[in-house]
Design a protein. Structure first.
Length: 323
């Protein structure tokens, strides 16, 4: 996916989004400015704002509220990452030290709160009150999903159905919301908003499954420590698929390894080998591709224009991203 080509297509909305974003998180206090500067220096590809703006352009003419929505979703997403880094005690993200590591866990939590508050203020200041409920709902779902995952990780007994509930809540809901609100800001009908929201759910599920697959890849390939999810007790799709495929006696052994991880972290190697041996990674990737097919099939019902083609490109990218 050529990011620059897509952001060029999205002009001037992309520039407007960037300006609104920078202004919204600005603070007269030097410490907030310092931490913000560190945080924004290592931002990712800003996929969610891109999805918002493309969704708007698929169905209509973007407005200033469209750029606001793009800024809001990036702020909400970043705030959740700031909170997640504290919960996970993460030292790095995208190759840079996290705020919680470089400054303190408290700074990370408070900055996340600050960004959430500023996101809602930005939406209200630009007449987006009607969209507030969507973001409030998405944040509630994300929090509930993370808490549910914590509960299941403590007992290390996640089922396939529970896994899909978790990733729908903690990842897919925000993507669905950012796409639906982007479309709504450009005058999309309720039916069109529902369509793009369903597409967003498929994309979000595929995105999270792909991320879970990468936990089994070498750190040299992903830039992230492998086996982190396993060590935290998270039973994700590659492991769940392997458990379904394995003979009963090997499944039981693997489950015993999973329960013993706290006392013997080296068991990660054995569990990873088990997942690969019973095609867990392959089957999880098949699930990604199935969700991507669903998303693209639904996109065929959207207006056929250049924005839709770029949205297809983003969907393809998310199905096999390297980072």
């Amino acid at each position: 996916m050529e990011i620059n080509r897509i952001t060029t297509f999205l002009e001037p909305e992309w520039t407007q989004y960037q300006t609104l974003f920078s202004t919204a998180v600005a603070s007269p206090f030097s410490f907030v400015t310092q931490v913000n500067s560190h945080l924004t220096s290592s931002r990712g590809k800003q996929i969610r704002p891109m999805l918002s703006l493309l969704s708007a352009k698929v169905f209509g003419a973007p407005t200033q509220l469209t750029a606001v929505v793009a800024a809001v979703v990036e702020m909400v997403h970043t705030a959740t990452l700031l909170h997640d880094d504290v919960a996970d005690q993460s030292d790095t993200r995208r190759g840079a030290l996290t705020v919680q590591k470089l400054y303190s866990p408290l700074a990370s939590v408070l900055l996340g709160d600050f960004w959430l508050a500023r996101a809602f203020k930005l939406l209200i200041d630009h007449g987006g009150e009607s969209l507030l409920c969507r973001y409030a709902h998405a944040i509630g779902e994300m929090s509930e999903g993370e808490l549910f995952q914590m509960e299941k990780a403590r007992h290390r007994n996640t089922t396939m159905e529970e896994y899909h509930q978790i990733i729908t809540k903690k990842t897919a809901m925000l993507m669905a919301s950012c796409m639906a609100t982007g479309a709504k800001s450009a005058g999309a009908t309720d039916a069109q908003c529902t369509l793009i929201e369903q597409i967003g759910l498929c994309i979000g599920v595929a995105f999270q499954i792909r991320d879970d697959i990468l936990d089994y890849a070498p750190q040299t390939q992903t830039g992230k420590p492998g086996g982190k999810d396993l060590l935290e007790g998270k039973m994700t799709l590659p492991l769940l698929c392997a458990l379904e495929q394995a003979p009963a006696h090997e499944r039981q052994i693997a489950l015993e390894w999973i329960q013993a991880l706290n006392s013997d972290p080296q068991l990660v190697v054995k569990i990873t080998d088990f997942v690969k041996r019973y095609r867990g990674l392959h089957l999880a990737q098949e699930a990604v591709e199935e969700k991507i097919r669903e998303a693209k099939a639904m996109l065929q019902h959207a207006p056929d224009n250049e924005a839709r083609q770029h949205l297809m490109e983003v969907v393809d990218y998310l199905s096999g991203r390297n980072v």
